[in-house]
Design a binder for this molecule. Structure first.
Ligand code: NDP
Length: 331
């Protein structure tokens, strides 16, 4: 059926300013790492994307290698865009990335060479049927390539109109400061950094990345804020069939130790006292620092997505609640 976006799609979502740029992002953004490859029926993908947009999620995040197979999430997203979202292109912030291995031979093995990064962006645009993406990221630091070369490629992407903004992902605070300085010299400000961040992974606080981002004026979009599903009630009674941990994908069952589950259970009790699900509390917690522009979630169903967006109904924390969380929010 032809899709018409919900009239009230901007009524309840919160939008936050990205660093010192002019761009607002929804407090909750949707990533297409899992659940949008050729292994998932297009109908389910379509339902998740439509519901997300209807709930005010204007930002969808991709990368060249999302699938499986690599590239298929972009191809599938291109199809949904053509079928459903074409009239809404100017209401969307779409991002993609290059950094991991992608095609055979020395120029497709990932990293940060100008050759790989720009060729990958052109491939991503073709797969999605787009003239430009809103944000183009260097997906990971590449210590074997001069940072000037990688940042120069991002600057070219922006200057040539293939991207509106430049971003980096998983760079250390030191490399972030250098990358931002190089980009600033080139006249293309660093818009945003995409690091991992959750109650079970607090490196952006402890290693000073958030301070660096505030200094350079870049935003922060936190990926895997639910620790790939660990910060939900999903694994409290074992590993359910069909879950990410059951599929030999990126979430190793080895992480689901008795000790980890004990902490997750304690966090779930606090969430219940707050009238939230654990997933909702985990997202609210990751958003408690205004330097975090958005949390970038995944969802394998519309029900998960709806529950997660419900996090925005209760974002405040008392000092006592934060102290309780600190006792269980351990790497
Ligand atoms: P999350 O931590 O949000 O994990 C999402 C998974 O958790 C879902 O697929 C689902 O797993 C489970 N889940 C979500 N909501 C619920 C719920 N309410 N109840 C129970 N289970 C739930 O994020 P992801 O790890 O998926 O990462 C999000 C995005 O971040 C990616 O799509 C990508 O865009 C980006 N990313 C970027 C990286 C980078 O290097 N820059 C690396 C990794 C991610 P299940 O399938 O088991 O149902």
């Amino acid at each position: 059926m032809t899709y018409a976006a919900a009239e009230g799609r901007y009524d309840s979502m919160t939008y936050r300013r990205t660093g010192r740029s002019g761009l607002d992002l929804p407090a909750i953004s949707l990533g297409l790492w899992h659940n949008f490859g050729d292994d998932v029926p297009l109908d389910r993908q379509r339902a998740i994307l439509r519901r997300a947009f209807d709930l005010g999620i204007t930002h969808f995040d991709l990368a060249n290698n999302y699938g499986p197979p690599y590239g298929s999430a972009e191809t599938n997203f291109g199809r949904h865009l053509r079928d459903d979202f074409r009239p809404y292109r100017d209401e969307l912030v779409l991002s993609t990335k290059a950094g991991w291995d992608m095609w055979p031979g020395p120029y497709g093995q990932g990293g940060g060479s100008r050759k790989y990064v720009l060729a990958s962006l052109d491939q991503s645009l073709r797969r999605m049927g787009l003239d430009y993406v809103d944000v183009f990221y260097s997906h990971r630091p590449d210590p074997t390539t001069p940072l000037e070369e990688t940042m120069g490629a991002l600057d070219t992407a922006v200057r040539s109109g293939r991207a509106l903004y430049a971003g980096i992902s998983s760079y250390s605070p030191e490399d972030t400061a250098r990358a931002a300085a190089i980009l600033a010299d080139l006249g293309t400000p660093l818009l945003i950094h995409q690091p991992s961040y959750s109650m079970l992974n607090r490196w952006i606080e402890t290693e000073g990345l958030l301070d660096t981002l505030a200094d350079v004026g870049a935003g922060c979009i936190a990926f895997s804020p639910l620790a790939q599903g660990m910060l939900t009630d999903k694994y409290l009674g074992g590993i359910p069939e069909g879950s990410r941990a059951s599929q030999g994908k990126s979430l190793s069952p080895d992480l689901l130790t008795d000790e980890a589950i004990t902490h997750v259970r304690a966090l779930g009790e606090l969430a219940a006292e707050r009238g939230q699900s654990l997933a909702q509390m985990a997202l609210a917690w990751a958003l408690r620092d205004p330097r975090v522009t958005s949390v970038l979630i995944g969802a394998s169903s519309v029900a998960q997505l709806e529950q997660n967006v419900g996090a925005l109904e209760r974002l405040d924390f008392s000092d006592e609640e934060l102290a309780r969380i600190d006792r269980h929010a351990v790497d």
